[in-house]
Design a protein around this ligand. Structure first.
Ligand SMILES: [Zn+2]
Length: 192
């Protein structure tokens, strides 16, 4: 007899994986803004997405968090910090949990998070969407009003968890690995 399983691992284990519902967030942004960005775009399709090295003991050459964050230099917008939640083998996707939302120059702010409160054994992922400071302030507040983030202590009245779903490429390589390796001083694998 052939063993047949009808449930995928996300259904079986009951973690969020496909078609997440962000309607609580989108409904408000659509009512208040003339050209709203949906939550799906901000969290699952952000222009920047990167896994940032946080453990100095595991740093390869000059590829530390400062080098990664350099590609965000002089930019303004909305950033979010993420940790692993679950991996779904059936859908080849990674469910991520958002632990912080913020606005401003991401290079400086994310760097300060790493220095102050990030445990070096927890993988850190960051997403960033460039936008005007005024809009970033709006989306930051809307996220804070809708979702609960472990590392936001101020003005965080939301209660739902915010998840993202990333495919293997976004999860493993991120969006800017090429730019990051271009500014690395390591010229060849001999430097690694
Ligand atoms: Zn799944």
């Amino acid at each position: 007899m052939k063993w047949v399983t009808t449930m995928s691992s996300c259904e079986d284990q009951g973690f969020p994986c496909q078609n997440l519902d962000y309607s609580a967030f989108d409904k408000i942004a659509r009512a208040e803004l003339s050209d709203p960005i949906d939550a799906d775009e901000l969290v699952n399709a952000s222009k920047y997405c990167m896994r940032i090295p946080v453990d100095p003991n595991l740093t390869i050459g000059d590829l530390d968090h400062k080098l990664f964050l350099k590609v965000l230099r002089d930019k303004i917008g909305l950033y979010q910090l993420w940790v692993d939640y679950q991996t779904c083998d059936d859908h080849g996707s990674n469910t991520m949990l958002c632990v912080y939302v913020g606005k401003g120059p991401p290079e400086i702010r994310v760097s300060s998070h790493i220095g102050k409160k990030w445990a070096s054994d927890v993988d850190l992922f960051a997403t960033f969407t460039p936008m005007s400071n005024r809009l970033a302030k709006y989306y930051e507040q809307l996220f804070l009003d809708t979702y609960a983030f472990d590392l936001n202590s101020l003005e965080n009245s939301g209660t739902e968890k915010l998840y993202a779903i990333w495919n293997e490429e976004r999860y493993t390589l991120g969006t800017h690995l090429h730019e990051i390796s271009n500014i690395s001083k390591m010229q060849s694998p001999h430097d690694w």
